[in-house]
Write a protein that binds this ligand. Structure first.
Ligand SMILES: Nc1nc2c(ncn2[C@@H]2O[C@H](COP(=O)(O)OP(=O)(O)OP(=O)(O)O)[C@@H](O)[C@H]2O)c(=O)[nH]1
Length: 232
């Protein structure tokens, strides 16, 4: 006679339908990575998603996507990194669509190039102009710290700037293998913030809603935020 209380009954492998359902419900967070050309946006996202420094990179045209599923406090969440072009001529193919339903922003500058840091307010302004909500998590990353002799952007200066925008500052290197854990920690910090943030819209809904629903949401957001737009 079979024992209905047998614990084995609870250890049956999940059916493929359950697994698919769980995957469909896995939360996806869209993170855009922004900054001047050549600051290392592609290398940072590649380092995080592929755990290595790319052999060679070419200027990004429009947007590149990289994804990584991470475990945050027992929940599997997918980080979708949108690596945007820094060169103006390659940003022309970036349409409004890319700025929809963004959950977090990573602003990157090159610590060896002052102009890339000085251009940060412009990048922040661009996000404002695309109606990105100011309340979503944003972080500032100074890349290429391995180039110690060439450092041009002082940490205190960068920290003051980050504080003025209420963003955490991370100085790191996508190239330095010893800093690999540090790059991971940066994105994991963001993942924790995203997991625990009160959702404006459940992230998995953002990929299920049709284009029209997304457009309506965006139009509503632009009407609400029009009076609060950037003045630069
Ligand atoms: N020394 C050093 N070089 C780096 C680092 N990260 C990237 N680079 C180099 O910087 C150059 C530009 O890197 P990318 O990642 O392509 O820069 P990007 O910001 O994505 O550039 P765009 O696609 O034009 O916007 C490449 O030659 C990389 O090898 C770093 O941490 N240290």
């Amino acid at each position: 006679m079979s024992d209905l209380n047998n614990t084995d009954l609870h250890e049956e492998p999940e059916s493929s339908v359950t697994v698919i359902e769980k995957q469909a419900q896995r939360r996806i967070f869209k993170i855009i990575v922004i900054g001047d050309s050549n600051v290392g946006k592609t290398c940072l996202t590649y380092r995080f998603c592929s755990s290595k420094f790319p052999d060679k990179t070419e200027a990004t045209i429009g947007v590149d996507f990289r994804e990584k599923t991470v475990n945050v406090e027992g929940e599997q969440i997918k980080l979708q990194l949108w690596d945007t072009a820094g060169q103006e001529r390659f940003r022309k193919s970036m349409v409004q669509h890319y700025y929809r339903n963004v959950h977090a922003i990573v602003f990157v500058y090159d610590v060896t190039k002052m102009s890339s840091f000085e251009n940060m307010p412009g990048w922040i302004c661009e996000c404002d102009q695309h109606n990105l909500n100011r309340d979503i998590p944003r972080i500032l990353v100074g890349n290429k710290c391995d180039e110690k002799e060439k450092i041009a952007v002082n940490t205190n200066l960068a920290q003051k700037f980050a504080d003025s925008y209420n963003m955490p500052l991370f100085e790191t290197s996508a190239k330095d293998d010893e800093k690999a854990n540090h790059v991971d920690a940066i994105f994991m910090t963001l993942a924790h913030k995203l997991k625990n943030a009160k959702p404006m819209m459940p992230p998995y809904l953002t990929v299920q809603l049709g284009d029209n629903a997304q457009r309506r949401g965006l139009e509503r957001a632009s009407t609400e935020e029009r009076n609060d737009s950037c003045s630069c």
